[in-house]
Design a protein around this ligand. Structure first.
Ligand SMILES: Cc1ncc(COP(=O)(O)O)c(C=O)c1O
Length: 371
């Protein structure tokens, strides 16, 4: 079975040796490295993250930053702290499936906002804001999961203007921002743009080392306006006291003794290479009515098939052919576009991608012939 389904990074790029050395350094510092730590997380690592954020135009006070068990926990903590049952939460449509699951778990009323290739549609957002502001708007404006799209700077500014007008918070989920194939073409994060506007912060920002280092360290972070940050610390204390401090210390050693930026550049180059291979393989197919946008970063390519194709039904045939993908259905909070699917290009090497597309083509061709 070839899986183009999961959102897994490429294992062959993991900094295995360097991480082993980083952990060894931590153990050499003595038993206190294994003691309970601060709920907010290992302070030296928070400082390093703050200076890495500053280099991307994001100024953060480390007191407003909390280290979390991946950005998944950051989203969950924000939901725990802010959502009362029945609260409206606005999301892009489609959006990150596991965030939808969290919001549902907290009994939110999820409101899908129409989204095009430039980001959320502002007319639709304004209409919903006018009919009842949400607790927050959840967005992944940079290399969305599932679509791989990037919001334009204009849409980002419009979102912030509207959220300030209606005094609504934004939760910016940014796990893929470092995996930009053209770093210079990337608009600033919402967090950076919001700070430029001055006044009260309206953006809660979360990111992670899962995509740039390894997911197994389960290390993400969240920066929030002061009152929210304090509530997040209390919620985290109740949840798990703190995330693994041995992992946080090892990450700190890795980031300070190893050229992480060179590593991230290698990851980017390899993912760009794999994305281009997938893009070329798809273009070589004699398909008609199959559309996609070439991603400019991240890990996913979003495919739209002719309207009559249901990708959930098609998955059974694909699996029989030996290839898996994620049907688009699950990513929609509103009416699902059943003719969509998500392909991952970060985990499979060139040969696997080639064979994966061959199998996908075998599954798809008979359905396309029906149209
Ligand atoms: C959009 C988005 N947010 C958050 C996460 C969670 O990442 P982690 O908990 O590994 O940091 C993912 C993981 O795939 C993601 O795609």
């Amino acid at each position: 079975m070839i899986s183009l389904a999961g959102g897994l990074p490429a294992e062959e790029l993991f900094p295995l040796e360097e991480l082993a050395q980083a952990y060894a350094r931590v153990f050499k510092t003595g038993a206190h490295a294994l003691q309970y730590g601060l709920t907010e997380g290992y302070t030296p690592l928070r400082d390093v993250i703050a200076s890495r954020m500053a280099s991307k135009g994001m100024t953060v006070d480390v007191d407003d930053m909390l280290l979390t068990t991946g950005s998944q926990q950051a989203i969950d903590l924000v939901a725990r702290v802010l959502i009362e049952p029945g609260d409206r939460i606005f999301v892009e449509d489609p959006t990150y499936l596991a965030a939808l699951q969290i919001f549902k778990f907290h009994s939110a009323h999820i409101v899908p906002i129409a989204t095009d290739r430039d980001g959320m549609e502002m007319d639709a957002l304004r209409r919903e804001l006018a009919s009842g502001p949400p607790k927050f708007v959840y967005v992944t404006p940079t290399f969305s999961n599932p679509t791989g799209r990037v919001w334009t700077r204009e849409r980002r500014e419009q979102l912030l203007a509207l959220c300030r007008e209606f005094d609504v918070l934004v939760l910016e989920d940014d796990p893929y921002g470092d995996i930009a194939f053209d770093v210079d073409a990337l608009p600033p994060t919402l967090y950076a743009l919001d700070a430029q506007l001055g006044g009260d912060t309206h953006v809660i920002y979360t990111s992670t080392f899962s995509k740039t280092v390894v997911p197994a360290v389960r290390s993400g972070w969240v920066c929030a306006p002061k009152s929210v940050a304090a509530a997040l610390v209390r919620a985290k204390q109740a949840a798990d006291l703190h995330s693994s401090s041995i992992d946080q210390q090892a990450l700190y050693e890795l980031l300070t003794h190893f050229d992480i930026d060179a590593h991230i550049a290698t990851v980017r180059d390899e993912y760009r290479h794999r994305m281009m291979i997938l893009h070329r393989l798809l273009r070589e197919q004699p398909w008609s009515g199959v559309r996609w946008e070439r991603p400019s970063g991240g890990m996913f390519l979003w495919l739209e098939l002719p309207e009559h194709v249901d990708t959930l039904e098609l998955l059974q045939t694909a699996v029989r052919e030996g290839v898996a993908y994620v049907p688009g259905h699950e990513f929609y909070a509103g009416v699902a576009r059943k003719n969509t699917l998500r392909l991952n290009f970060s985990h499979s090497g060139p040969d696997t991608l080639q064979e994966g597309v061959r199998r996908l083509a075998r599954a798809l061709q008979p359905v396309l012939d029906e149209s």
